[in-house]
Every structure is written in structure tokens, then in C-alpha cells.
Design a protein around this ligand. Structure first.
Ligand code: A3P
Length: 301
């Protein structure tokens, strides 16, 4: 009798786990067929994001999005939407933006990430106009490493399209000194960009994620993010394992594992030690300003 009861309980538990997984799977596949699904407000539908990962480019935005997606109450837009920063998209209006979002049930949180938002001057006011209560996540990384990663991505794209390219040293230096006009350098001046966001959003509405810490050990950063998003803690250390071949943490969920693609974590373009230190010196003051704005410091070069 006791055995039958225990077996029944076990079967129920298994069924519940399977159903939860199936539901998340179904939701991520997009629109549900109209037949058989309720058409009330409880139905799955596309909703505007409640949280946006605004940047920084090459800070670990894809890793953060994929990791948040482990949470059962979160659904993410798979592709970068570039709604607020690309005029052609913005002109299409919020109805278009909504169609770029995943299907969710009431109570679930929609998240999108577009790293281009952070440094685009027109974006903060536009985001606020959509929803002044939206939660913002900003993942930052050592600005010198971020710059090299940014260059490496551009270099890779140019090589793929068989286009000419300049060595990083040439782009970065002008008569032996750091050239402040280099775009990738400007994208690493976090304090300048954050200042624009803080003109329209209170500091508490922007959660800063440590991108270098996320690489070393993702779980603590995810726990913090869950807290900021007021999500029940569901992501666990068991959702991550270190993949020695990739050299990064990969994700584990419902028996499936997933590593980010090869464009994430590729070897960086070379830069002489001398120029690297010049770069570090250049960022010293901007970094200090950023630290005082966010109320914490990072051990950057
Ligand atoms: P590198 O390619 O320079 O190493 P983004 O998604 O914003 O473009 O950021 C890319 C960066 O995410 C990568 O930069 C990588 O270091 C970082 N990253 C963080 N966690 C990662 C993970 N688990 N797997 C792969 N890359 C990760």
C-alpha cells in the first residue's frame, strides 16, 4: 500500500517536471495554435519587455541573456531587436516592437538585449517613454579588454567579408598617444554613456552586472540579477558547468547543455604590452568616474 502511494507520488512528480519543461519549450517556439488554447487574458501572448539588457557591447550580454533564460519565469527575445537605436525600426512603433518579443504567460518576464542601446544618445528617453518602470541591466567588463574584444569582432567580420583591415595599434594610437577619436575606445567610456541614462532613470532602476565575474563564476551574478528582477530564486549552481574545451562556463537545463557559439570567447587580436598599459592609464580617470556613479569599484587594469 505504502509502496503504491510512493510510486504514485513519484509518477506525479515526474509528470509535473516534464510538463514544466514542455511548457517553457512550447512558449519559446512562438505563437500557439488558436484551437484549444484559451483566448482570455491568461493566454500566451507577446508583451513588451519588462527588463532590457542595454549593454555594453562585448560585455557578456549574450551570456547574461541566455543565463536569465534558464529561469522558468523568464522568456527572452532570441535576436537583438535594435528598436530604440535604429530609426527605421523605431518608426515602425511599439506594435512592431511587440511582435519581436517571445510569447509569455501573465506573470512571466520578457527580456530583450541590444548592446547598441547603451551608447546611443537617443535611446534612454525613448525607453522611458515606452515604460518608465522598465528594469535595466548593464553588464560591464574591463574597458581595455572590452575594446580589444570589440576590435576583434570587427576584424573577424572584415576578414569574413574579405575586406581590408588595420591593425589595432594603428587605430588606437595617434603620434604615439591614445587617439580619443577611436570609436571602440569611446564605447568603453562607460561614465559618459551612463550619465545620459541617469538623466532619465533613477540609479536603482539600473542593475550593474560584473561581466568579468560572470566569466569566472556565473551563479553569484545570476542570483543578484534574480533579486533585482524580483524573481523567485530558481537558477542554481547546477545550471552551470565549466567546459574545458570552450574555456568558459556552459549552461545545463533539463538534461540539455548549451555553450555559447564560437563568436563568444574567441582569441583576442594582439596588442603590444606597451600600448595595452597606455590604454589602461587612459581609462584610469574615466573608470573612477564610473565607479563613483555606480557606487562600487571593479578591479580593472
Ligand atoms: P570575448 O569574445 O572577448 O571573450 P557579448 O555577448 O556582449 O558580445 O559579449 C561577448 C563576451 O562574453 C565574450 O567576449 C566572452 O568573454 C563573454 N562571456 C561571458 N560569459 C561567457 C560564456 N559563458 N561563454 C562565452 N563567452 C562568455
Amino acid at each position: 500500500m505504502l509502496w503504491t502511494l510512493l510510486l504514485a507520488l513519484l509518477a506525479l512528480l515526474l509528470l509535473h517536471t516534464q510538463l514544466s519543461v514542455c511548457f517553457k519549450e512550447l512558449r519559446s517556439r512562438g505563437p500557439r495554435p488558436s484551437v484549444g488554447w484559451p483566448s482570455s487574458s491568461n493566454a500566451s501572448k507577446q508583451r513588451l519587455p519588462g527588463a532590457i539588457i542595454i549593454g555594453v557591447r562585448k560585455g557578456g550580454t549574450r551570456a547574461l541573456l541566455e543565463m536569465l533564460n534558464l529561469h522558468p519565469d523568464v522568456e527572452v527575445a532570441k535576436a537583438e531587436v535594435h528598436y530604440f537605436n535604429v530609426e527605421e525600426h523605431y518608426r515602425r512603433g511599439l506594435a512592431w516592437y511587440r511582435t519581436q518579443m517571445p510569447f509569455t504567460l501573465p506573470g512571466q518576464l520578457t527580456v530583450e538585449k541590444t548592446p547598441g542601446y547603451f551608447a546611443a544618445p537617443q535611446v534612454p528617453a525613448r525607453v522611458r517613454a515606452m515604460n518608465p518602470a522598465v528594469r535595466l541591466l548593464l553588464i560591464v567588463r574591463d574597458p581595455a579588454q572590452r575594446l580589444i574584444s570589440d576590435y576583434t569582432q570587427v576584424l573577424h567580420n572584415r576578414l569574413t567579408r574579405r575586406k581590408p583591415y588595420q591593425p589595432l595599434e594603428e587605430l588606437l594610437l595617434h603620434e604615439g598617444s591614445i587617439d580619443p577619436g577611436y570609436r571602440a575606445l569611446q564605447r568603453s567610456l562607460y561614465h559618459q554613456h551612463l550619465a545620459r541614462w541617469l538623466e532619465v532613470f533613477p540609479r536603482e532602476q539600473i542593475h550593474v552586472v560584473d561581466g568579468d565575474a560572470l566569466i569566472r563564476d556565473p551563479f553569484p551574478e545570476l542570483r543578484e540579477a534574480e533579486r533585482f528582477l524580483e524573481l523567485p530564486p530558481r537558477i542554481t549552481p547546477d545550471n552551470f558547468y565549466y567546459n574545458t574545451t570552450k574555456g568558459f562556463y556552459c549552461l545545463l537545463s533539463a538534461g540539455h547543455d548549451k555553450c555559447l557559439d564560437q563568436s563568444k570567447g574567441r582569441p583576442h587580436a594582439p596588442l603590444s604590452t606597451r600600448t595595452f598599459w597606455k590604454l589602461c592609464r587612459y581609462f584610469r580617470e574615466p573608470n573612477k568616474m564610473f565607479f563613483s556613479m555606480v557606487g562600487r569599484s571593479f578591479s580593472w587594469c
